[in-house]
Ligand binder design. Structure first.
Ligand SMILES: Cc1cc2nc3c(=O)[nH]c(=O)nc-3n(C[C@H](O)[C@H](O)[C@H](O)COP(=O)(O)OP(=O)(O)OC[C@H]3O[C@@H](n4cnc5c(N)ncnc54)[C@H](O)[C@@H]3O)c2cc1C
Length: 241
């Protein structure tokens, strides 16, 4: 069932990222997502970055429409859906690109996390100050405009009791062999339609990202050879990276 919400604020987060704050709070576990429907346009999945907010990057036609919403405009959400990250001591959180948004609630609910953030440029490192309030943050940017020059993988090894990852598929594929499978969790992104496990659009090696995920344990993620390799397009056919 869709829940009607009104936008209360549309806040720029740097680069092409913006957060829509809503007039309603959701009971959410860290890493869960909602389906955000703009009537007449489409409905797509977004992680909750706040109990009352979603953060999106202006990437294509739908995100542009979504981020054009103004305070007072209506949006309909369903969810929260999917599996979540565990909340335990000794967490290392690794986020890349707009995937960083999916880690904010987790950072706030974890005691003294270590947070590793990666992006192409400084603009892509969103919520830096908010993460710094929660734990120790280290940053890598490809152009060296913030933190170390390089990739998030260059910030490893980092000692932790467990690792939570959310970012682009290529980043997941690069991190998988570097993290202990039995102590890591990966949040995957796939093109989604129904979000309730029926249509099969979001499958990754037979797992439904909407209901079996989006957060998978590292042992399962090790088996998922599609990560960093192929995704289903809107048509259902494969797109190879
Ligand atoms: C569980 C889940 C949670 C998600 N959470 C968020 C979130 O918190 N914030 C957010 O912005 N998006 C999130 N997404 C992605 C989001 O649902 C849309 O796919 C995204 O907004 C692009 O939609 P679009 O129609 O604007 O662009 P499209 O027209 O689908 O894509 C435009 C171009 O951008 C490329 N592209 C699409 N998505 C990405 C990406 N993530 N990284 C790099 N290139 C991409 C496409 O290949 C295409 O070339 C999530 C997806 C899932 C499955």
């Amino acid at each position: 069932m869709h829940i009607h919400c009104k936008v209360t604020e549309n806040r720029g987060e740097g680069g092409r990222n913006r957060t829509l704050f809503l007039d309603r709070r959701f009971e959410v576990q860290p890493g869960q997502f909602v389906m955000a429907w703009v009537p007449g346009e489409s409905e797509k999945p977004f992680s909750l970055s706040y109990e009352n907010g979603i953060t999106a990057k202006d990437l294509g036609w739908y995100s542009a429409k979504l981020l054009d919403l103004k305070p007072g405009d209506s949006i309909w959400l369903r969810g929260p859906y999917g599996t979540s990250f565990p909340v335990r001591e000794g967490a290392v959180l690794l986020g890349g690109g707009v995937g960083i948004a999916a880690l904010l609630i987790l950072a706030k609910r974890t005691e003294d996390p270590v947070i590793l953030l990666g992006g192409r440029t400084a603009e892509e490192i969103i919520f830096l100050e908010e993460f710094e309030k929660t734990g120790k943050v280290r940053v890598a940017t490809e152009d060296g405009s913030l933190g170390a020059k390089g990739l998030i993988t260059d910030l490893l090894p980092q000692e932790g009791r467990y690792y939570c990852v959310c970012g682009p598929d290529k980043m997941m594929a690069a991190l998988k062999p570097l993290l202990p499978p039995e102590k890591s969790f990966f949040s995957l992104e796939r093109y989604m339609k129904c979000a309730v496990g029926l249509c099969g659009q979001c499958t990754c090696n037979g797992y439904r990202v909407c209901t079996d995920g989006p957060v998978f344990d590292g042992i399962t993620a090790q088996e998922m050879t599609d990560i960093g390799h192929r995704k289903r397009k809107k048509s259902g056919g494969w797109e190879y990276s």
